[in-house]
Design a protein around this ligand. Structure first.
Ligand code: AMP
Length: 389
């Protein structure tokens, strides 16, 4: 999700700049002012309570704001992100927003503060008042709105400055220039994001070769627990010796070992666009571990893909591989192959089902040629990049 708040005094240009942000980044727009005006128009209980306060230029109570905003946010959990205009307007509302974001398992990415002098605000609002039809766009009320802004809203900036997500933009510049500055802030924020993918599939489905090809094509870091463990075996480390024995019995490696290796990988990878995980998570426990590890790095999963291949074809492929130099220590006999397929069915299929319920898993038919399958996966990855924007 991409969540942005536009901040600034009345007349700073929040509404104007919102328009391009909503389109460009496919955000769900929430203007508390608009929501309140709708309540007034419909003469709801809330609308009636807010009417006189708005007419005088005061701020509506935080209790009313919670009610109108909570419903809008929780009704749209699948939004690509939210753009807040005119909220948070008090220090209390900043905490309210924190709570609402936690509820959606997300956070506010940036607060963009549009700076204009009071005199410029007054000038713009008086000008707008000629056509806006808003009763609060007249000089007496405007002065009161600005006073409320100074006293109650400005302290909100400190909240976000302390969090390090407040960005200032000089909003006295022409509209296209302000737009450019805002766009740069958002683009910089997005470029920090990682596209993290999990590639599922039974052994023999082509996860490894596809995963490596995708990583190379899109500049992602390939994280495959199998080869990482293989490296430990090769180096003859203590971990390697334990792993070798487990492999020979067709068993899974304990999470303590796998987690250490993945954590190292996440920490040592700088300047990459994301991770592609193959062969991990393999169990429900590991799926929780992965969520935790990514969260620790301020990131999350963007796409989960499963390559589907019929069982008999899997056995045929694995048997074929066992006769080549690519033979893995775990596919040297039919008994081992069957055991691995069963491990996947008992332990990993429930993980895929869990992800399917939580985020949806994209199924890819893995029976075509390598290039065909690669193309299908690439299509999904490119979609994933688009959704990150
Ligand atoms: P706006 O359309 O953002 O200029 O808001 C118009 C009026 O609605 C304000 O002057 C306030 O009276 C009220 N209002 C809008 N948003 C809020 C908010 N977050 N908290 C309190 N009052 C608000």
């Amino acid at each position: 999700m991409l969540n942005i708040a536009l901040f600034g005094p009345p007349g700073a240009g929040k509404g104007t700049q919102s328009e391009f942000l909503i389109k460009e980044y496919n955000l769900f727009y929430i203007s508390t002012g608009d929501l309140l005006r709708k309540e007034i128009k419909n003469q709801t209980k809330l609308g009636k309570q807010a009417q006189s306060i708005i007419a005088s230029g005061g701020l509506v109570s935080d209790e009313i704001i919670v009610q109108i905003i909570e419903k809008t946010i929780t009704d749209n959990p699948d939004a690509n992100g939210f753009l807040f205009d005119g909220f948070p307007r008090t220090y209390i509302q900043a905490y309210i927003l924190e709570g609402l974001m936690i509820k959606l398992n997300t956070s506010l990415n940036c607060l963009i503060s549009l700076d204009v002098t009071e005199e410029e605000s007054v000038r713009r609002l008086l000008h707008r008042g000629k056509t806006s039809g808003r009763s609060d766009d007249n000089e007496v009320v405007i002065r009161n709105r600005l006073k409320e802004y100074r006293e109650k809203t400005l302290p909100v900036l400190k909240f976000y400055k302390d969090k390090g997500i407040c960005f200032d933009v000089n909003s006295e510049k022409p509209i296209p220039e302000v737009k450019k500055s805002i766009n740069k802030i958002v683009k910089d924020e997005l470029s920090k994001r990682l596209l993290n993918i999990v590639l599922f599939g039974y052994p023999g489905s082509g996860r490894g070769s596809q995963g490596r090809a995708i990583a190379k094509k899109y500049g992602l870091e390939y994280v495959a627990t199998g080869p990482m463990l293989g490296e430990e075996i090769e180096k003859g480390t203590e971990i390697g010796k334990q792993v070798k024995e487990l492999y020979e019995n067709g068993q899974l490696v304990p999470d303590e070992i796998v987690v250490q290796l993945i954590e190292q990988k996440l920490e040592n990878s700088k300047e990459i666009k994301g991770f592609i995980f193959k062969g991990f998570p393999r169990t429900l426990v590991q799926s929780y571990i992965l969520d935790g590890l990514l969260k620790k790095h301020g990131s999350s999963l963007a796409k989960i893909i499963e390559i589907e291949v019929p069982t008999l074809e899997l056995i045929r492929r694995l048997d074929e591989r066992s006769k080549t130099k690519d033979c893995m220590p775990y596919d040297t006999s039919t008994a081992k192959i069957v055991k691995r397929l069963q491990e996947h069915e008992y332990k990993t299929v429930p993980v895929i089902e869990k992800y399917n319920e939580l985020h949806g898993v994209v199924k890819i038919d893995g029976t075509g040629s390598f290039e065909e399958v690669l193309e299908k996966i690439s299509f999904e990855i490119e979609n994933g990049f688009k959704n990150l924007r």
